[in-house]
Ligand binder design. Structure first.
Ligand SMILES: [Zn+2]
Length: 237
């Protein structure tokens, strides 16, 4: 609901709410972000997706990202920041957004935070035990044709071993093994620690156990975000 007051600032009944999702690779963060986007009605911004999209656009930013990606290099922080912030200023983010995969470093967080309404920003920090993570990642099967992801423990295809969409035999990614899972988790923990303490000092971080079943986690997250959306009205008033 929007109404103009003096023509400069729109009056809103609810402020924008930004959700920052943190979580180690394999904890189901991407799936949770997509699900949450549907249940609470906020745009899902996946850093990987928007970088790939920006790279296809014929703009200066697009060409810079494209050249890094083609060269197989990491897209530098400054470009990632610029791309995400540009995306959050688009009209569909007027009510806020769910940020998935950003910020990933302390520098990115320091860049982003002044641009967000902090009283209306929540950081949901998904935590998963190593044993559960291991079981999930080792149970993961993907379709080489369409990219659909299954799990032998909690998201089985209708016919064991075959994709529901195209009946292509499912595969296990070679990097989904115990050694790489442990390695990825260590790298993540090292990277996330300064970021997590930064958000804790700002008093906007909530730690949530992702060891529970994905459906239970999804409903827990949507309750937290709905509460933040309700509170955003009070923050405005
Ligand atoms: Zn498939």
């Amino acid at each position: 609901m929007l109404a103009e007051n003096d023509g400069r600032k729109p009056l809103k009944t609810r402020g924008p709410v930004f959700v920052i999702l943190l979580g180690p690779p394999g904890c189901g963060k991407g799936t949770q972000a997509r699900e949450l986007s549907k249940t609470v009605g906020l745009v899902h911004i996946s850093t990987g997706d928007i970088l790939r999209k920006a790279a296809r656009e014929d703009t200066e930013l697009g060409r810079m990202i494209q050249s890094k990606m083609t060269a197989g290099e990491l897209v530098p922080d400054s470009l990632v920041c610029q791309t995400v912030v540009t995306r959050t200023s688009e009209p569909d983010c007027e009510s806020g957004a769910i940020l998935d995969g950003f910020p990933r470093t302390l520098d990115q967080a320091i860049f982003l935070c002044p641009k967000l309404p902090l009283r209306q920003t929540i950081v949901l920090n998904l935590q998963i035990s190593r044993a559960v993570l291991m079981q999930r990642v080792l149970g993961r099967r993907t379709c080489p044709a369409c990219g659909e992801i299954y799990n032998i423990h909690f998201r089985q295809p209708r016919m064991t071993g075959f994709c529901d969409r195209d009946s292509v035999p499912l595969e296990r990614r070679t990097d989904d093994n115990e050694v790489t899972v442990r390695q990825r988790l260590l790298e993540y923990e090292e990277q996330i620690q300064p970021l997590a303490s930064f958000f804790k000092d700002m008093n906007i971080r909530q730690d949530i156990s992702a060891d529970v079943d994905p459906a239970a986690l999804a409903s827990q997250l949507s309750v937290l975000v709905r509460a933040a959306i309700d509170a955003s009205g009070k923050n405005l008033g």
